[in-house]
Design a binder for this molecule. Structure first.
Ligand SMILES: NC(=O)c1ccc[n+]([C@@H]2O[C@H](COP(=O)([O-])OP(=O)(O)OC[C@H]3O[C@@H](n4cnc5c(N)ncnc54)[C@H](OP(=O)(O)O)[C@@H]3O)[C@@H](O)[C@H]2O)c1
Length: 298
């Protein structure tokens, strides 16, 4: 049976380090500041934003939340971002996605100052990651967290290992592939147009699933001994728990895949908790840079 890579424990380690480093920064008179902006009433987004703000406070950060009505104009949102860009107490700006349809999300993301773009979605940060400037980039939180989990099993240098990333989104698949490449893995990105995905997946020493399809990746797609990182979070019906009940599953059929994999991340309790932890780490990094100090490595 595969080793389970426990995201909750690794995320708590990251948070503990963030707290300790934030306290050390207080000696330089700097408190890391995170501003979270949410537009509209989407219930899932409300939950994410509340836990981001709560975690920031727990880390000793200056935490600000801007909850704006769904009808907020694009211009008003850009004006708020400009204000936060200019505010020296704020080191990280996060705009919760998705935004309402009348707002151009791309414009909003590009309005965030790259040095405060703790989500790592600004073209400058995307470009830095794409050109291997990982040390000065902000790396998107989910793939950054997935890499830390992978590191626990495979170490920092993935030379000689083949990695297959299933999914090519800008927030998970592509940055994950770039991080794996920066760590010397031989990387293939698969997507909905890929032929013989099971056969391709079976070549992977490291298999990353970021698709959004419940349990799509079956046990016999997994090479014996492979490390499987399941980024997917899918809510499905769970009639066995009672009428109308649901449960979370990943993009990987966990029980089957565990029989072949050497190590695997669970859902829930895998990559999910790492995302917020890495947001805190990125905000801390930004505060260190603003204070002219070398940020700690995570
Ligand atoms: N742990 C976290 O904190 C976290 C954070 C973000 C996302 N997630 C989860 O991760 C999953 C992926 O998120 P995302 O934002 O990257 O999703 P996304 O933007 O919808 O991208 C999904 C990718 O999967 C590919 N795909 C879809 N069906 C496929 C199939 N049958 N075979 C092969 N590839 C297929 C798509 O290919 P095409 O490009 O060809 O359409 C696309 O590249 C979701 O479950 C999401 O909830 C988790």
């Amino acid at each position: 049976m595969a080793e389970i890579i426990d995201g909750k424990t690794i995320a708590e380690d990251v948070i503990a380090r963030v707290k300790q480093q934030a306290a050390s920064l207080a000696g330089s008179g700097v408190t890391p500041g995170l501003a979270v902006v949410i537009v509209g009433e989407d219930p899932a987004s409300q939950v994410y934003v509340a836990s981001k703000s709560r975690r920031a406070k727990e880390c000793g950060f200056h935490s600000v939340q801007h909850s704006l009505p769904a009808e907020t104009s694009e211009e008003a949102l850009v004006a708020l971002i400009d204000e936060l860009n200019a505010d020296p107490a704020i080191h990280g700006i996060l705009v919760q996605l998705p935004l309402p349809d009348h707002v151009d999300a791309g414009r909003i993301i590009q309005a965030i100052a790259p040095e405060k773009d703790v989500d790592g979605f600004h073209f400058i940060n995307v470009g830095k990651l794409g050109t291997g400037e990982v040390a000065t980039a902000f790396v998107p939180c989910t793939p950054a967290g997935a890499m830390l989990m992978l590191e626990r099993v495979r170490g920092k240098d993935l030379s000689g290992l083949s990695a297959v990333v299933v999914g090519r989104s800008n927030i998970v698949g592509k940055p994950m592939a770039n991080l794996l490449l920066a760590a010397n893995a031989t990387v293939t990105i698969a997507h909905s147009r890929t032929k013989d995905l099971p056969g391709l997946a079976r070549t992977a020493d490291i298999l990353v699933a970021a698709v959004g399809r419940p349990e799509m990746i079956r046990g016999d797609w997994v090479k014996p001994g492979a490390t499987v990182i399941d980024v997917g979070i899918n809510r499905i019906a769970a009639p066995e728990k009672g009428e109308g009940k649901t449960r979370l599953v990943g993009d990987v059929a966990f029980a089957e895949a565990s029989r072949n994999a050497g190590a695997i991340t669970p859902v829930p309790g895998g990559v999910g908790p790492m995302t917020i932890a890495m947001l805190m780490a990125n905000t801390l990094t930004s505060a260190f840079r603003a204070a002219g100090r070398e940020p700690p490595a995570f």
